[in-house]
Design a protein around this ligand. Structure first.
Ligand code: AR6
Length: 172
């Protein structure tokens, strides 16, 4: 059965087949979850990222996980919130869907996501959570490979928003 679970925790400690990095378009590291992933993975991750020539917003690229418990890291730059008039919702959905497609082509059964764009990029959490959950749910309905998606939330407020979004989607 395909399923989504929401947990509180640090994504760098999650041993999924792939973890997703809320990156920027340079793919050369940054703050937040991106910084944490690079710190734990070690310098070889940055070496591989340098070979990728960046990534467009809403698209995704994959690397090895190096010293992380996860086998792969999928890097996706989510949208920077600019008031909601710059296709931010569609771009956020694309970040989730393109990450999951890439996971599928690498035979990943389990994938862990952070709350993309809701930190440094200021995407409103109450809008990001239902957008993310709906995109993941729609994908899982047809995927024959990805069977479990974990949303790894770094704080209670974030976890609460994703819990709410998941229960709303399940009621439909
Ligand atoms: N595990 C899980 N979630 C985390 C962790 C962690 N170890 N650390 C932070 N978070 P952000 P963005 C949460 O800012 O908004 C970087 O500089 C965090 O609390 O990491 O997509 C990139 O290079 C928040 O809920 O990502 C880009 O320039 C969520 O992860 C830019 O930030 C996302 O926050 C991307 O901004």
């Amino acid at each position: 059965m395909n399923k989504i679970t929401i947990m509180l925790g640090d994504i760098t400690q999650v041993s999924a087949d792939a973890i997703v990095n809320a990156a920027n378009t340079s793919l050369l590291g940054g703050e937040g979850v991106d910084g944490a992933i690079h710190r734990v993975a070690g310098p070889q991750l940055l070496d591989e990222c340098r070979t990728l020539n960046g990534c467009r917003t809403g698209e995704a690229k994959i690397t090895s996980g190096y010293r992380l418990p996860a086998k792969y890291v999928i890097h996706t730059p989510g949208p920077i919130w600019q008031g909601g008039t710059h296709h931010e919702r569609e771009l956020l959905k694309s970040s989730y869907v393109n990450s999951l497609k890439l996971a599928e082509t690498h035979d990943c059964r389990t994938v862990a996501f952070p709350s993309i764009s809701t930190g440094v990029y200021h995407f409103p959490l109450e809008l990001a959570a239902p957008t993310a959950i709906q995109a993941i749910q729609d994908f899982l309905r047809t995927s024959k490979i990805v069977s479990h998606v974990q949303m790894v939330c770094f704080d209670e407020r974030t976890k609460h928003a994703y819990d709410q979004a998941l229960s709303t989607v399940n009621e439909r």
